[in-house]
Design a binder for this molecule. Structure first.
Ligand code: SF4
Ligand code: SF4
Length: 199
């Protein structure tokens, strides 16, 4: 279901993860605990948003779910995940802490995201998580609007703190890994270092 946490990832030129200083400070491998934590972060916002939309009609909710699945299952995979080292692993779908199971329809593209890709990625997030707000306002459901906004802000903050700060996808505009750890990772992943140099 997940990668062997003791074996280097596909892009890594090391023969073993044993003794690697990045093992504890960068997320090269993902497990069920990471996936469960991610789902726990986003589930409250998704459930609250769904309740608010459903009050005004099931088809609005269906439209949100379709948009949600299209964005996180396809669009985000193309613009963001296809740049991630995890995308280079074997198999036809992702097995990471977020987007688990999303199909890998495109080739792996190490190196930075273009400005257009960044814009699509960020705009998509705003549209998906902003979509429920007008429904709360039309229904004058201020309390739900407040709780939903708090759930989105909470999920964002927790993810920034626990995931973006250790994520090996340096192409992402939300990545928080510092230069020293980036340099250590690129030293061990020459194909990625080369792609960044060329860009
Ligand atoms: S950089 Fe390579 S050796 Fe180090 S933890 Fe990641 S996969 Fe393992
Ligand atoms: S960018 Fe995040 S969600 Fe996408 S493949 Fe990498 S770890 Fe998974």
């Amino acid at each position: 279901m997940f990668l062997d946490p003791h074996q280097p990832i596909a892009t890594c030129a090391q023969s073993s993860c044993e003794g690697c200083p990045l093992h504890e400070v960068l997320h090269c491998h993902f497990g069920g605990k990471d996936l469960a934590r991610f789902l726990a972060f986003v589930a409250p916002a998704f459930i609250l948003g769904g309740i608010g939309i459903y009050h005004l009609g099931i088809w609005f909710l269906v439209a949100w779910i379709v948009g949600f699945l299209s964005y996180f299952g396809f669009t985000e995979i193309r613009v963001l995940c296809s740049h991630c080292p995890h995308y280079a692993e074997e198999g036809s779908s992702l097995k990471c802490w977020a987007n688990y199971g999303s199909p890998k329809l495109w080739r792996y593209r190490p190196g930075p995201m273009s400005s257009v890709e960044k814009a699509i990625f960020l705009l998509g997030l705003i549209l998906i998580f902003g979509y429920p707000l007008p429904f709360f306002l039309v229904a004058s459901n201020w309390i739900l609007a407040l709780v939903y906004s708090a759930a989105v802000a909470g999920a964002y903050t927790l993810m920034r703190k626990t995931m973006c700060s250790q994520c090996m996808n340096f192409a992402c505009p939300l990545n928080l890994v510092d230069e020293a750890r980036r340099a250590e990772f690129l030293k061990r992943n020459p194909q990625i270092a080369e792609a960044w140099k060329q860009e």
